[in-house]
Design a protein around this ligand. Structure first.
Ligand code: NAP
Length: 267
């Protein structure tokens, strides 16, 4: 079998180490290198808590690409590192599958143009949980019929941004199918600041932060006498891995950079 050679950037991190476990279970994928700030020069097998693999950690992505010639880069780092790594991948003929969040619209445009110039396919997906992608798409559909909607997103208390990128993306998708409408009573008044959540085109977004949570979201639509709740829960980081595998399978056939897994999940 022709295995797809994969490098993981951010391999010592929470998502990256989960990606290593996913690769380890897939007979058609092989880990050939890791990039991280930590563990430089070490074998993956020699790092506590990681999989058994002879792949080596690099702190220089260009050197890593040169020495191990991967087909695919999985990037799960930080916005700054992720942008640099994705650019390096495109310049080196390596297909990027990027889960790192926080890229600006301008950065995505730059990378898309570079992918076209280099004729290299890639995927950037702010959410690789396939259930979450479907939750967003179902919400967009429901908004056609139910303009009254509020979003409640819940995350672990180490998350620094609120509302979550997924909640904002959901609101943007809903907005495409919903005329602007201020949710709640026209004269409602907040007795405590923030009680009604963030205002996105009149929709309300509520952010809950508690220890023990991973990533959860409910989109509540309502009409006279009925409620429709579209709910997704990521209980574990494993929930993002089937989407990453799905993206790797597709990226080998792409000749451009795709932003958002939904563009590949078409029937
Ligand atoms: P994390 O545990 O902090 O892991 C990030 C890893 O990247 C760390 O090992 C970090 O090293 C390393 N890193 C940072 N800058 C680097 C650089 N310049 N060069 C090499 N390695 C570098 O974070 P995480 O929870 O795994 O999340 C990683 C990313 O995935 C975040 O952007 C997060 O928002 C995103 N995410 C995406 C999805 C999705 O479905 N798309 C889901 C969950 C999370 P240090 O610890 O030494 O800094």
């Amino acid at each position: 079998m022709n295995q797809i050679k994969v490098v993981v950037a951010g391999a010592s991190g929470k998502m990256g180490s989960e990606a290593l476990r996913m690769i380890d279970k897939q007979p058609d994928l092989i880990l050939v290198g890791c990039v991280d700030k930590r563990n430089t020069g070490k074998k993956v097998s020699d790092v506590e808590g990681l999989i058994k693999s002879d792949a080596v950690f690099y702190n220089d992505i260009n050197l890593c690409f040169k020495e191990v010639s991967p087909d695919v880069l999985i990037d799960l780092t930080s916005p700054k590192a992720g942008y640099k790594h994705t650019k390096a991948a495109l310049l080196n003929g390596v297909r990027p599958v990027v889960g790192t969040t926080g890229f600006t619209a301008e950065q995505i445009k730059d990378l898309s143009e570079l992918a076209i110039e280099k004729q290299i396919g890639g995927i950037i997906a702010p959410n690789f949980a396939m259930g979450a992608v479907l939750m967003m798409q179902f919400s967009k559909w429901a908004a056609k019929f139910f303009p009254d909607v509020e979003i409640i997103e819940k995350h672990h208390d180490q998350k620094v941004d609120a509302p979550s990128g997924t909640a904002i993306k959901t609101a943007e998708l809903i907005q495409e199918n919903r005329s602007s409408k201020k949710q709640g009573h026209p004269e409602e008044e907040e007795i405590m600041t923030g009680a009604r959540g963030a205002d996105f085109d009149g929709m309300r977004i509520h952010s809950v932060r508690l220890p023990g949570l991973v990533a959860h979201q409910e989109v509540i639509f309502a009409g006279p006498g009925e409620n429709l709740t579209i709910k997704h829960d990521s209980f574990h980081r494993e929930s993002f891995m089937s989407g990453i595998k799905f993206a790797i399978d597709h990226v080998m056939q792409l000749t451009e950079l795709v932003y958002g897994l939904e563009h590949l999940m078409i029937d």
